[in-house]
Design a protein around this ligand. Structure first.
Ligand code: FAD
Length: 521
C-alpha cells in the first residue's frame, strides 16, 4: 500500500535537550532516520537559557541495552560521563528506626535471585539459617559489601559477571548523547527558545515559534521540556494528575562534593539512607559524589530539611552549596495527545528512589520509535496503545515506590506514620500485600512484558525489609525440596567467596577502563 505524501509523518520535532530529549531524539533517529527511502527527519530544539534539571545520576540495567543499541561504546561512555558501576541500592535505616533499634541495611541488587531449580524464597522463609535474603539467593550483596566491581577487564563491553547499571554525570551524559545523535544518527540540532506553540483547527500542533522569530514545523512533536511541560501541558491543556497523596516527597536538596581523598573507595551501589521525612541519596561518580535529600514539605520545613542534609554531609558550618529542587509528583492524564507525545519530566515523575526517571523515559522513547505510526490516519491508534502502556508503567512504578515506605516499621516521625495509613496506599498494592502475608509472591503476578519492576525487585525489597510472609504448616507441604534448597544456598555462598577473590576493586576497575578501555563487543 502506498501512503500519500500528506499522510506521511516525515518530520519529528523534539523540544527540550535534557536526558529525555536526547534519548528520545537518538531512539527516533536510530530507528526511523534511514528506515525508508526518505526516512524521518528528527530535529531537536533546546534553549541555551533554560537549564536542564541537572540531576538524575542513577540508572537501572536496561540502560546498558539502550546504549549498546544506540551504538555508543561503553568505554567512551565511562570516560565521558564520569560513570561508575551501580549494582543496586543499599537501603540503610529503612526497616526500623535507628534511634531505637540501631542502624540496619539491606541490598536491592540487580542480579536476579538464583532460580536454577525453582524459587528459593519459600525455603529461605522457613529456614534462613542466619543468612540475609540477598545473601541466600544471590552473590551480589557480598560483592557490593566488599566494594568490588561487577566485571573484570577481560569481560567485553556491556557484559558483566553480575548484572549492573551506572552512576553518571547527567550534564555530561546529555552532551555525549548530543554528539552521538548529531554526528552518528543524523539528528538536526537547533539552539533556540521556543516562545509560542501554534495549533491548527483540528487541535494538532503545526509548528513552534522561537524567540528569534523562526518557525519550526513538524508532523509529530515530542515534549521534553521538563517540568514546564510547554507543549502537552501548557499548550494542549492535558491535565496533570497529582500523586502526592501516595508519594509524599515533593522537594529535593542536592549537593555535589569532592572525595575526601583521590583514592577513596567508590561504592558500586547507590546508598539510600532513610531520614525523618524522606531519604538521602549518595552516589559515587569517578570524579565526585552526588548527594541529595528527598523530603516531604508537608512533614518538615525547608530549614529543618537542610540541617538534616548538612548533618549527613558533615557540613554543619554550611560551606557546601546546596540546591533546592521542587518536584512535581504525578503524571499527565494522557501522554500522547493529538500529534504531541510527552517524554521525560513533562510526562510524569515520582521521587528518584529506584531511578525510575531515566528508566521510564528511555523505555517510552524506544516504544515511540517502535510503534511510530506509518501514517497520520493510524496515529490515534498508536497513541491509544502508547497511552495504555505508559499508564500501566506509571501505576506499577507508584506501587513499587510506595512499597518501600508502607512496609517499614518506622514510626518515629509523622512522615513514616502517614505512609502506613491505608488511605495513602493504592488498592492494587494493598491487595498484593494481603496476599503476600499469606503466601510468597509468584512470577504469575507479573505477567506483562511491560513490567517495570518484576518479581525479583519485589522479593529483594519485601524480604530485605523483613516483611513477614507466614508459611505456616499448611503451606510447607507445597515446598518439599528443603534439603536441595539448603544445598543451593550453600553453593551460592561458595560461588560468592570465589568471586570475592577474583573481582577487582571498583575504583581500580573504573580507572583501568578509563586508561586502557574495554574489549569491544
Ligand atoms: C531530585 C531529582 C533526582 C533525580 N534522580 C534521578 C535518578 O537518580 N535517576 C533517574 O533515572 N532519574 C532521576 N531524576 C529524573 C531525571 O532528572 C530525569 O530523568 C532527566 O533528567 C530527564 O529530564 P528531562 O530531560 O525531562 O528535563 P530537563 O532536564 O529539565 O530538560 C528540559 C529541557 O527542555 C528545554 N526547554 C524547556 N523549555 C524550553 C523552551 N521554552 N524552549 C526550548 N527549550 C526548552 C531546556 O532547555 C532543557 O533542555 C531525578 C529528578 C529529580 C528532580
Amino acid at each position: 500500500m502506498t501512503i500519500n505524501s500528506s499522510e506521511q509523518i516525515k518530520r519529528v520535532l523534539v523540544v527540550g535537550g535534557g536526558t529525555a530529549g536526547w534519548l528520545s531524539a537518538c531512539h527516533l533517529a536510530k530507528k526511523l532516520a534511514s528506515s525508508s527511502p526518505a526516512g524521518v527527519q528528527v530535529t531537536l530544539v533546546e534553549s541555551e537559557n533554560i537549564p536542564t534539571i541537572g540531576v538524575g545520576e542513577g540508572t537501572v540495567p536496561a540502560i546498558r541495552e539502550s546504549l549498546r543499541y544506540l551504538g555508543i561504546s561503553e568505554t567512551e561512555f565511562v570516560r565521558e560521563c564520569d560513570a561508575t558501576f551501580k549494582q543496586g541500592i543499599k537501603f540503610a535505616n529503612w526497616a526500623r528506626s535507628p534511634d531505637i533499634f540501631g542502624s540496619d541495611y539491606y541490598h536491592h541488587v540487580f542480579d536476579y535471585p538464583d532460580s536454577g531449580s525453582g524459587d528459593l524464597t519459600p525455603y529461605w522463609l522457613q529456614n534462613s539459617n542466619g543468612r540475609s535474603y540477598v545473601d541466600a539467593v544471590s552473590v551480589q550483596g557480598a560483592i557490593c559489601d566488599r566494594g568490588l566491581g561487577p566485571k573484570d577487564m577481560t569481560v567485553p563491553e556491556y557484559e558483566g559477571i553480575v548484572s549492573y547499571a551506572y552512576h553518571l554525570d547527567a550534564a555530561k551524559f546529555a552532551r555525549l548523547l548530543t554528539r552521538h545523535g548529531v554526528d552518528k544518527l543524523g539528528v538536526r540540532h537547533v539552539l533556540a527558545d521556543v516562545q509560542r506553540v501554534n495549533c491548527d483547527e483540528s487541535g494538532d500542533i503545526s509548528s513552534v515559534t522561537t524567540a528569534a522569530g523562526e518557525t519550526l514545523e513538524a508532523d509529530l512533536f515530542v515534549d521534553c521540556t521538563g517540568f514546564a511541560s510547554l507543549l502537552i501541558g501548557q499548550s494542549l491543556g492535558v491535565e496533570f494528575i497529582d500523586k502526592r497523596h501516595i508519594l509524599f516527597a515533593d522537594y529535593a536538596l542536592a549537593a555535589q562534593l569532592p572525595y575526601s581523598d583521590a583514592n577513596a573507595p567508590i561504592p558500586s551501589f547507590t546508598i539510600s539512607t532513610a531520614q525523618e521525612s524522606g531519604w538521602i541519596w549518595d552516589i559515587g561518580l569517578s570524579e565526585r559524589r552526588g548527594t541529595g535529600y528527598v523530603y516531604s514539605s508537608a512533614h518538615t520545613d525547608h530549614d529543618q530539611a537542610e540541617s538534616v542534609f548538612r548533618r549527613y554531609l558533615g557540613d554543619d558550618d554550611g560551606n557546601l552549596s546546596v540546591r533546592k529542587i521542587p518536584m512535581r509528583v504525578g503524571h499527565r492524564e494522557t501522554y500522547w495527545q493529538n500529534n504531541c507525545v510527552a517524554i521525560g519530566l513533562s510526562q510524569g515523575f515520582v521521587e528518584p528512589l529506584e531511578a525510575t526517571g531515566i528508566l521510564v523515559y528511555d523505555a517510552t522513547a524506544r516504544m515511540l520509535a517502535e510503534i511510530f505510526p506509518a501514517s497520520r490516519s493510524v496515529m490515534p491508534i498508536a497513541a491509544k496503545q502508547f497511552n495504555r502502556a505508559v499508564q500501566y508503567a506509571w501505576d506499577r512504578v507508584i506501587d513499587f515506590i510506595k512499597l518501600h515506605y508502607c512496609i517499614s516499621q518506622r514510626r518515629d516521625h509523622p512522615f513514616w506514620v502517614d505512609n502506613c495509613d491505608a488511605s495513602s496506599i493504592p488498592d492494587t498494592l494493598q491487595e498484593k500485600l494481603q496476599l503476600w502475608k499469606a503466601q510468597p509472591p509468584s512470577v504469575y503476578e507479573f505477567p506483562s512484558k511491560l513490567e517495570i519492576f518484576n518479581l525479583a525487585n519485589y522479593q529483594y525489597v519485601l524480604y530485605g525489609m523483613g516483611f513477614d510472609t507466614n508459611i505456616g504448616t499448611q503451606l510447607s507441604g507445597r515446598y518439599p525440596m528443603m534439603s536441595d534448597a539448603i544445598d543451593r544456598m550453600t553453593d551460592i555462598s561458595s560461588y560468592a567467596s570465589r568471586l570475592l577473590g577474583s573481582l577487582p576493586e571498583h575504583r581500580t576497575l573504573v580507572e583501568k577502563i578509563k586508561k586502557y578501555g574495554l574489549q569491544k563487543i
